[in-house]
Write a protein that binds this ligand. Sequence first.
Ligand SMILES: Nc1ncnc2c1ncn2[C@@H]1O[C@H](COP(=O)(O)OP(=O)(O)OP(=O)(O)O)[C@@H](O)[C@H]1O
Length: 217
Amino acid sequence: MIHCKNLHIQQGGFGLTDINFKIHEGEYAILMGKTGCGKTTILEAICGLRKIQEGEIWLNGHEISKWPPGQREIGYVPQEGALFDHMTVAQNMGFALKIRKWKSSQIGERVSELAALLNLEDLLPRSIPNLSGGEKQRVALGRALSFYPGILCLDEPLSALDEDTKEDMYKLLLSLKKRLKITVLHVSHSRSEAKKLADKILLLSDGKLQIPDMQHK
Ligand SMILES: Nc1ncnc2c1ncn2[C@@H]1O[C@H](COP(=O)(O)OP(=O)(O)OP(=O)(O)O)[C@@H](O)[C@H]1O
C-alpha cells in the first residue's frame, strides 16, 4: 500500500499542499494532470528522490519519508526509461540484483525469468541504443521488477510509443497487474490509458489532488 498523508512539497516557486491519497495493495492507480502540475514531483517524492517539507509517506505499513531511495524497495521506471546505454539488455535487467549482491547464477535465472515474462528472450545480448522504444520500455520494466518489489512507480512509460506498441504495452501491464498483484502508481497524461489500466485515478490540478469516483469507468 502507498499512503501519502498531508504532503507539502515546495521547489522554488512551485508548491503542492495537502496531498492525501491511499493506493491499496494490488491496486493500479494513475496520476493525471496537465503538464507541469507536479506529477513527477509526487512520484519522485515517494521514491525518495525529492524532499518533502511536511507530511508522511507510508509504504506497506512503514513510515519511510526519511528512508534513502534504495531502502524503499520500489521498482521505478523513470521518464524515458533511463537505461544504462553501456550495458546489454541482460546487464540492465540484472543491475539491481548485482548491487543487492545476488550470486551471478541467481541473477542469470532471474533475468531469464524476466525475459520470458516480458518477451525479451532474443534481445538479452543486445545493447540499448539500437532497441525500439517499446523494447526499451520492456527492459526498463524488467529492471524495475527484478528484485520483486511490492510497489511499482512508472513515469509516463507509454508516452513515446506509437499506437500499436501502446496497445501491446497495455496488454502487458494488465497481465503483470493480474499475475504479480503489485501496487502500481503510474503517471500519465492520457485518459484512454487511465480507462484501460486504472483501478483508481488521482487527478492533480492547481496544486490539489482529487480522486474521482470510478464507478462509471
Ligand atoms: N528543482 C526544481 N526547482 C524549482 N522548480 C522545479 C524543480 N523541479 C521541478 N520544478 C517545477 O515544478 C513543477 C512541476 O514539475 P513536474 O515535473 O513534477 O511536473 P509534471 O506534472 O510531471 O510535468 P510533465 O507532465 O510535463 O512531465 C514544474 O513547474 C517544474 O518547472
